[in-house]
Design a protein around this ligand. Structure first.
Ligand code: ADP
Length: 512
């Protein structure tokens, strides 16, 4: 043997020893299989499967690598060893003592004594899988608990809002009847208290939806100026009581017909104007709508609410959008509130891809503003929207007597010719030979609910060719609930409790 050959052998021996040491100390199981036989296993592989190395050496692998047939298909046996290099798969096997074991294995084709063989690397992932399983279980339990909480909140919200609907609706009616000045004062107080309660309930429900990531934004075409004017008009009585001047400046270059979530934009604006009135004792509250940037089909619009009120101390200003923040936290604080309004408003604006900011100084008043980029529509036809609604034949399908009366009376005041059905079946029968222009449909009614009734009416219309606008009246205004209304064939929805202002805005919106 010449020196060169000797050197080669030495190197080869060294390399082999290195590999052997590597394989023997490895924590992963290593085996070489050739013609179904185990030509090599390391200690780790034997340990994982609960055998000794000697027990496995030279044995056909099918004898000890027992697939757990409850979880791993036996058909996969063949495939086990045909994997592409680098491909990893998980299998469940049984150890010598019969216990189950999760293996993550990968294989590669190698040469062993000049013949093709398969190198298998196996890692025991039983513990990891157990922890994963446990975590999954815990996560599922937490999710179920969370769902139960959400459901509970939604149901509670419904239970709380239903009687409140009656109170608010009836007070809204009472305000349009002849009353003595003293009675008017009482009615105003009832109305204000009921609305305050409704705001709190809505805030809590909104807040929990946002926290649960269930709040969605639904853009629709609407008239922004109309919405802003309407918010201000609804709050004008409160401003008047405090002798505050409440006005709107709608910049001429700001578009009117935009596409956005009208309801949420109104909600944010209402909250800001409401706060401004609440925290201002003299002077004015000014709502400004300006256009910061406009292209042919998109506009960046800034809506600000400025007041001459008490202002906000600097120490609170950077926490003002945090939940539960209130400046006056004394037990005798003069202004109520949950401290959620601004947190919700800011989050809603951010959900609409906008931003909200504040500028304030104690004694110098406050300015809150939010900026939204909204698609714009052509302004043609806006003038028409200003007109009074012209609906004539209206059907109200509602099982609750109080709600029936509230809805019917308000609609009559708005110039509609109203008839009432007490459940879905009756509504379907009444539409039979008597086409209505507009149908207000309570969703939950006995005998036949609003969804079924709508589907039935739509089925009949396919024959008659008539199309009545159907509007859901629902306390559930989550997106899924509204989608369900639209799916059933309704055109629109109105959130309960319904008020004069809501009906008026809706009729204007639906005007043919
Ligand atoms: P709340 O429901 O308590 O009014 P908000 O989140 O709407 O909750 O407001 C949080 C706090 O921010 C209020 O309690 C008040 O202290 C302060 N605040 C909000 N708007 C104004 C304002 N325009 N002027 C002065 N303080 C304000």
């Amino acid at each position: 043997m010449n020196r060169e050959e000797e050197e080669l052998r030495r190197r080869s021996r060294e390399s082999e020893q290195r590999y052997l040491a590597l394989v023997e100390t490895a924590k992963d199981g290593v085996a070489i299989l050739q013609s179904e036989k185990t030509v090599f296993v390391n200690r780790a592989m034997a340990d994982i499967l609960g055998y000794t190395v000697e027990e496995l050496q030279d044995r056909p692998y099918r004898e000890y690598l027992m697939l757990d047939e409850r979880t791993t298909s036996p058909k996969r046996y063949g495939g086990l060893l045909e994997d592409r290099p680098g491909y990893t798969r998980e299998i469940k096997v049984q150890r010598k003592d019969g216990t189950a074991c999760d293996l993550e294995i990968s294989g590669a084709v190698i040469q062993h004594e000049d013949q093709p063989a398969i190198l298998v690397i196996a890692r025991d992932v039983t513990e990891r899988k157990r922890v994963e399983e446990e975590l999954r279980g815990a996560k599922e339990a937490a999710e179920a608990a969370n769902r139960a909480k959400d459901e509970f909140l939604a149901n509670m919200g419904h239970e709380l809002r239903t009687p409140l609907s009656g109170i608010i609706g009836m007070t809204s009616l009472l305000q349009h009847t002849e009353t003595t000045p003293q009675q008017r004062k009482y009615v105003r107080t009832v109305s204000r208290s009921a609305r305050a309660l409704l705001t709190i309930i809505n805030d809590l429900l909104d807040f929990s939806s946002i926290e649960a990531g269930r709040m969605s934004i639904e853009p629709v075409p609407f008239d922004l100026k109309f919405a802003v004017d309407d918010v201000v008009q609804v709050l004008s009585a409160r401003a008047m009581e405090k002798k505050l001047e409440l006005s709107v400046h709608y910049s001429l270059d700001a578009p009117r017909r935009v596409i956005g979530d009208a309801g949420r934009i109104r909600q944010v604006l209402t909250n800001l104007v409401d706060n401004a009135i609440k925290f201002t004792n003299e002077g004015h509250v000014l709502v400004t709508v300006e256009c910061e940037e406009k292209t042919r089909d998109q506009a960046r619009i800034k809506l600000s609410v400025e007041d001459t009120g008490i202002g906000i101390p600097e120490s609170t200003l950077d926490r003002i959008f945090d939940k539960f923040t209130r400046v006056d936290t004394s037990p005798t604080r003069r202004h109520g509130g949950t401290g959620l309004g601004l947190a919700i408003s800011k989050q809603l604006v951010e959900l609409m891809s906008g931003s909200m900011e504040v500028h304030s100084h104690p004694g110098d008043g406050s300015a809150f503003w939010f900026v939204l980029s909204l698609p714009v529509q052509s302004d043609i036809g806006v003038a028409l929207l200003e007109d009074r609604p012209t609906y004539s034949r209206v059907l109200v399908a509602e099982d609750n007597n109080v709600n029936q009366e509230v809805a019917a009376t308000i609609l009559r005041k708005l110039g509609c010719d109203v008839e009432v059905a007490g459940d879905g079946r009756q509504a379907v029968e009444m539409t039979g030979d008597n086409p209505y222009d507009l149908i207000f449909m309570d969703c939950q009614m006995p005998i036949m609910d609003g969804f079924e009734a709508t589907e039935e009416i739509r089925r009949r219309e396919r024959i008659s060719g008539h199309h009545a606008k159907i509007v859901a009246m629902t306390a559930h205004t989550a997106k899924e609930d509204r989608d369900r209304c639209l799916e059933a064939g309704m055109d629109d929805y109105i959130g309960k409790p319904v008020t004069y202002e809501d009906f008026r805005a809706l009729l204007q919106r639906l005007r043919p």
